[in-house]
Design a protein around this ligand. Structure first.
Ligand code: NAD
Length: 388
């Protein structure tokens, strides 16, 4: 049975937590290729070479393509262009190999744009895995990589399993359980794997209950947060998204009250893998004590962990087993026939397929931002798709 063909799957179920898969007010749809051209052109105005600009544009537009909108185009003017303007990203940076053991490489990204450099790290990791069965590229001196899943998926393009994690440099956002001071970032991790004829498995998430981008997105949309994302200093749940940036609430780890040490432990595991191993900026540091307990520090000197595994180099039959594994999950009888069982990455893959055909939906505010950016940079804004 091809369980992915069920008519009930035509429109993905709404995410239970945040309104995020579609913009609150989708004003226009824009062809994905036009978005890529525009964003690449914007990056070249900041001095990035065209090939790097194109790769970076792919990583940024991935967020809007798959529905991870908190880490898509909304960050172009809020995060990435300011990084160039403040000299915190070097458009001409040449990453430098600091150590090379064959299967393991240590790279200094030298402040290259993380949207591009994380992809480079995964490509090197995959090339090494093709030889050794495993390839690790450990990166220091990085800048914000966007959606970790985009970079992990590159391994799937090579028929491999990819793991990508990133710390947030010296930016501290979340407190250890019981702590009164923020010590770690939202530390994303992604594991991506081929799934035979099914959409690839892509677990891609912050290790806090939500990334700050999702909290701010909810604040901009005036949406309430579910309990378990923010808490006040007294530990009481806070559902007002604006409370985070106003210093009235702090971000919680994944797992809620009963599982906070699991989420915290995962965030710390990312700090070890992505930052301690390469010697990147650490979140937990005595400098953190100076603040008022809230977010502090800057997301400079970020560390990445890019691991590629080539199980096909170790044994035959992996692809067939993957198809069995993920096919069985898709065939799992659902409790509600309107909500078939899906695994991480499935909805993102289907959304991307649809949006490549029909255009990427953009909210009115975001489209207006891109239009003013076009005017400011002397570029043509990407034209909306005309409905016929
Ligand atoms: N660069 C950074 O510093 C940074 C920090 C934090 C997060 N991020 C990125 O932000 C993005 C969003 O992270 P998030 O934590 O909000 O992710 P999310 O909560 O939207 O999704 C987390 C995972 O759950 C899966 N999932 C969610 N609903 C599902 C459903 N109904 N069925 C099946 N699977 C489902 C998704 O596929 C995903 O793998 C990610 O790309 C992450 O890498 C980046």
């Amino acid at each position: 049975m091809n369980s992915t063909a069920s008519p009930a799957t035509a429109s993905p179920p709404a995410y239970p937590l945040f309104p995020k898969s579609e913009p609150a007010r989708a004003a226009v749809r824009v062809r994905h290729d036009d978005l890529l051209d525009f964003v690449a052109a914007v990056f070249t105005t900041r001095g990035l070479a065209p090939e790097r600009a194109r790769e970076a544009a792919g990583a940024l537009c991935y967020g809007d393509l798959v529905g991870m909108t908190s880490h898509g185009l909304v960050n172009l003017t809020r995060l990435y262009l300011p990084l160039f303007d403040e000299g915190r990203v070097d458009p001409l940076a040449e990453p430098r190999v600091l150590a090379d053991l064959g299967a393991a490489v240590l790279l200094d990204a030298n402040r290259a744009l993380g949207l591009w450099a994380a992809g480079l790290a995964m490509e090197i990791a995959a090339a090494r895995a093709a030889t050794y069965g495993v390839g690790l590229v450990s990166v220091r001196g990085g800048t914000h990589l966007g959606c970790a899943g985009h970079h992990a998926l590159r391994a799937v393009g090579h028929g491999m399993v990819g793991v990508v994690a990133s710390n947030c440099g010296r930016q501290r956002i979340a407190r250890p359980p019981g702590g009164a001071v923020a010590m770690l970032g939202t530390n994303p991790i992604s594991v991506a794997a081929p799934a035979g004829e099914h959409p690839p498995f892509v677990l891609d998430m912050s290790t806090t209950a939500a990334p700050t981008g999702r909290v701010r997105q909810a604040a901009r949309q005036g949406a309430e947060l579910p309990q378990g994302v923010l808490a006040g200093d007294d530990g009481a749940p806070v559902t007002d998204a604006a409370a985070f940036d106003e210093g009235r609430a702090h971000l919680l780890w994944l797992g809620g009250a009963a599982g906070q040490y699991k989420g915290f432990g995962l965030g710390l595991a990312v700090e070890v893998l992505a930052a301690l191993v390469p010697g990147a900026g650490l979140g937990a540091h005595p400098d953190a004590y100076d603040g008022d307990g809230g977010p502090n520090g800057r997301d400079d000197d970020i560390g990445f962990f890019a691991l590629a595994l080539a199980p096909g180099a170790l044994r035959e039959g992996v692809d067939g087993d993957a198809a069995t594994l993920f096919g069985a999950l898709l065939g799992c009888p659902p409790t509600d026939p309107a909500l078939p069982v899906r695994y991480p990455g499935w909805h993102e893959h289907r959304r991307a397929e649809k949006r490549r055909r029909a255009g990427v939906p953009l909210g009115a505010d975001l489209y207006a931002e891109l239009t003013s950016l076009a005017a400011a940079t002397g570029l043509d804004a990407p034209a909306p798709v005309v409905e016929r």
